[in-house]
Design a protein around this ligand. Sequence first.
Ligand SMILES: [Fe+2]
Length: 221
Amino acid sequence: MIAYELDQKYIFPRLIASSFDPTFVEECQKEIVEYGRNQVYHGKNENDKILPSNAFDGGWCLGVNYVPASCESCGDGREEMPHLARVQEQIIRTCHEAYGIYLNIGISVYCQWMNWTEPHGYAIGHVHGSTSQLTGAFFIDIPEDSGNLYFEDVDMEIMPTCGFQAEDVVDNEKMNVNTFYEHKPRNGECVIFHPMIRHRVGTNNSKLPRVSLAFDLRIGM
Ligand SMILES: [Fe+2]
């Protein structure tokens, strides 16, 4: 047998797809932020259906799918979010185009929620699990220095899809991460990725709330 040396490296080969709507800020941003502010602070049944997000220091998780309320753990929808159809159209189009999904195969945004993160808030590392085929975020109002999105290569470690972890239990930035990819969001941008990629959002070091939508998608179902 001929002697040889074999070498293999894990290079974190995952597709992170994104699309950007340059007219979003002018046409949609203000109304959606106002909607979020009203829902978080002044909605009916305050503190009833709005759950803290997995940003356990200053985040709210607000279901925005209006009818039907399809994800109990995210809280049901209240008033329908303005421009929801437009946002979802961009999400679905991005899936079709970036992932090569045939146009006749349906894609549904079966769960979508707003993450409203006050200064000092952040989202711990998590995966979205096996109930969706693709997952992602749509960025509504991301002030400068309010937290980038980090995709982490963590081998086969499985993290909870949701929940709380005390800060002294985990070191959020050094949790068995081999390598990571840092994404700086833009308002009007949609980012879509595999639901088992662990990701987190950095600390909001601005003085303003950070507003984004997160979602889970089903394909062909
Ligand atoms: Fe997430």
